[in-house]
Design a protein around this ligand. Structure first.
Ligand SMILES: [Zn+2]
Length: 296
């Protein structure tokens, strides 16, 4: 083999390796260990729902063999829009406001900002998060980014699905505003400050409501869901202890319900955007360099 032929073969091999690198690199995006599931699972038993709302219920529609002898199974379910991990749309508190199907997907995807106040709620289960709590978080993590999915970790997700622990007392369908209910949340003043001073895309909390249990006037719902601010809000967020304060991209993907006031939502975060290009490119760079040394 002459020098020209060897060089041509080497270039072909290098081109093939680069192509292989590109394929390997695509395959290395979005691996499971980079995904944090922030949703509670829907089931007939292990769920807590606001007492006056219709609980999730699933049953078998058909299970068995078709006349042609083919196994076939289908289930059907019924639920309030506001059961389980779900999003509230502005229409939930404002007539004629934006329904869940009108919320742009780009609003529902954004950088995760997770504020952990669980250390303060142990002693005060009705703790109201202050503006200073937010500013303290920003001092450590930087300003809450525009378009963020801001998630409040109160520690309450650890209590799911024990309704007495999650609500503070046994759920009573005849008493949705039982004064014994206990869970924390943003103070109304803090919600107003966030809506006015930051540009978050979505808010979420690991409790049954974005308003704390002592509220009867729903200030957080009223502020965030207002036509002025229109910030979709998530309730019953799960697994927040697994989340870093920053460095994630959060996806809040609700069921696509026309005119819905809210919807069950599959909520998850991808750490560092799921990009893992460097290991594949590093490996390929070594292979290409070795190939060039051997063949040229
Ligand atoms: Zn809701």
């Amino acid at each position: 083999m002459n020098i020209m032929a060897a060089a041509s073969n080497a270039n072909l091999l290098i081109a093939t390796l680069v192509l292989l690198a590109a394929i390997l690199d695509r395959g290395s995006c979005e691996v499971d260990e980079n995904i944090i599931d922030l949703s509670h699972k829907y089931s007939n038993t292990a769920m807590v729902t606001w007492p006056m709302l219709l609980k999730f219920n699933i049953s078998v529609g058909f299970k068995g063999l078709t006349p042609g002898g083919v196994y076939y199974e289908e289930k059907r379910f019924c639920t309030s829009e506001h059961s389980g991990t779900h999003v509230d749309a502005p229409l939930h508190f404002y007539e004629h406001a934006q329904s869940v199907d009108k919320i742009p997907l780009k609003t529902l995807i954004g950088p995760g900002a997770v504020i952990d106040v669980s250390g303060k709620t142990d002693d005060d289960p009705s703790y109201e998060v202050t503006v200073q709590d937010i500013l303290d978080w920003e001092a450590d993590n930087g300003r809450i980014p525009d378009g963020a999915v801001l998630l409040l970790n109160t520690g309450w997700h650890r209590r799911w699905p024990n309704d007495v622990e999650y609500l503070g007392t046994k759920a009573d369908v005849n008493n949705p505003f039982n004064p014994d209910y206990r869970w924390p949340g943003l103070a109304g003043k803090t919600a107003q400050w966030l809506a006015d001073s930051r540009s978050i895309g979505v808010y979420g909390v690991d409790c049954v409501s974005i308003d704390y249990s002592g509220s009867s006037t729903f200030p957080v719902h009223k502020i965030f869901l207002s036509p002025e601010h229109g910030i979709p809000s998530l309730e019953n967020v799960a697994n927040l202890d697994a989340m870093p304060p920053t460095g994630t991209r959060v996806y809040a993907i609700p069921m696509y319900i026309r005119d819905g006031t809210g919807a069950p939502t599959r909520l998850f975060a991808v750490v560092n955007g799921g990009q893992r290009h460097l290991p594949a490119f590093g490996l390929v760079a070594v292979i290409v360099l070795l190939a060039r040394r051997c063949l040229l």
